[in-house]
Write a protein that binds this ligand. Structure first.
Ligand code: 13P
Length: 282
């Protein structure tokens, strides 16, 4: 069932577990993630970056792939198609028009006023179309910033201001996590996380889920994180398996066998991640 993220994230917030947001990059990834989460019977968010959308052919292609797979594979779990880090109002509107059920407007590189203005416009458009909206406060750093680990942490006050002015459905406060690999141990601001969660009625999102130790993931969920974004982790797992397969099977040229050689490793990792995120789910 294709849904927006509202009910799944509110349930996760109330019951102290986290919904996995797995980024998809192609047909095969989408298929493996859907299949494994269907086996595990958990609600799922398929995150798609603008880069992945371009790579896959466009917004409509992404929606068609997800819808087609859900129908042909008899997927019954709630699934949201979510624009990850929408960089402009136009991109969010395009995603909504194509059938995405959720969008993130990432105006975090602009001053708060501008972030609010852009987010408000996306929320206005999304509301009438039953699409949920996530916004970012502070700035989550990572490989896209060229200098890894550059984050600008969110403040409780800015989160309150953004929420009150926009009525977004979920919020991603930058609190020390980064996209991709960490240099050293991640240093998450759990105190502010907890305060934001206690103050705002909406679910909190943790970006940069790769490389965060299990104890910190558990702490973050206890502090109110209801959605955790994972991308690099699965990329590494999939590419390691694929490299091994190619090294051991020099004579294989069938793309289905080459690309598909990452399936088992990826599904195993998905299961581990989901189990970690959902330990407290009733
Ligand atoms: P990682 O690549 O660090 O898992 O982060 C993914 C992410 O936050 C996508 O929005």
């Amino acid at each position: 069932m294709l849904v927006n993220t509202k009910n799944m994230l509110l349930d996760a917030k109330q019951n102290h577990y986290a919904i996995p947001h797995f980024n998809i990059n192609n047909l095969e990834w989408t298929k493996y993630i859907l299949e494994e989460c269907e086996v595990l019977k958990i609600p799922l968010i398929l995150g798609v970056s603008e880069g992945a959308i371009k790579y896959m052919g466009g917004y409509h292609v992404v929606v068609s792939i997800v819808k087609g797979l859900m129908e042909d594979l008899n997927i019954t779990i709630p699934v949201a198609i979510h624009l990850d880090h929408g960089s402009s109002i136009a991109s969010c509107l395009q995603a909504i028009d194509a059938g995405f059920t959720s969008v993130m407007i990432d105006a975090s590189k602009y001053p708060l006023d501008e972030n609010i203005n852009m987010t408000k416009k996306v929320v206005e458009y999304a509301r009438d179309r039953d699409v949920t909206v996530e916004a970012e406060v502070g700035h989550i750093g990572g490989s896209e910033d060229n200098i890894s680990n550059t984050s600008l942490n969110a403040t409780l006050e800015d989160c309150i201001t953004l929420y009150n002015s926009t009525e977004i459905d979920s919020i991603a406060p930058a609190l020390g996590s980064v996209h991709g690999f960490y240099h050293g141990e991640p240093n998450l601001d759990f105190e502010t996380m907890k305060k934001i969660n206690e103050t705002l009625p909406i679910p909190l999102v943790l970006h940069g889920g790769t490389g965060i130790p299990i104890t910190d993931i558990n702490k973050a969920i206890n502090c109110g994180i209801s959605k955790i974004n994972i991308n690099t982790d699965l990329q590494v797992v999939w590419s390691l398996a694929l490299r091994k397969f190619i090294d051991e099977n020099e004579d294989v040229y069938d793309p289905r066998k080459i690309i598909g050689s990452g399936e088992i490793a990826m599904k195993k990792r998905i299961q581990e991640i989901v189990t970690l995120f959902q330990t407290k789910r009733g």
